[in-house]
Design a protein around this ligand. Sequence first.
Ligand code: CMP
Length: 140
Amino acid sequence: MAIERTLTIIKPDAAGASHIGEIITELERAGFHILAMRKMHLSRAQAEGFYAVHRDRPFFESLVTFMTEGEIVPMALERENAISALRELMGPTNASEAPAGTIRGKFGTSIERNAIHGSDAPETAAVELAFFFSRLELDR
Ligand code: CMP
């Protein structure tokens, strides 16, 4: 297995409910190293850009509204097999169906308000990491 990088975002539902520390603890306990981290409030244009791949989906407008309702915490994470390991730790997209031990099971409430994002493949991880972080923050 190779050391990989992935992007995670603690979403406005979890950040707004003061679950940032608990989620970071879960990530660190699972062996993820935080390479870079930021706390920010996305503009509508930035959220539309990040989720451009979903722009034709019926949930796009609602997703952008959700992702701009409050602060988020994007993080660049590193671990062996990081992409699939994070997706396992997060649980399925629909938080209402996520097992109790997963981050979405603990902190999410619905298919939209699902507490945390994780890149789904190496190609998307590279694009998503570059969306939030500069080479200065990631080159090491
Ligand atoms: P994520 O996989 O992090 O990125 C895309 C987001 O779109 C997803 O999390 C959910 O928050 C949201 N999403 C995906 N599918 C739906 C859906 N069917 N209805 C509403 N929101 C969705």
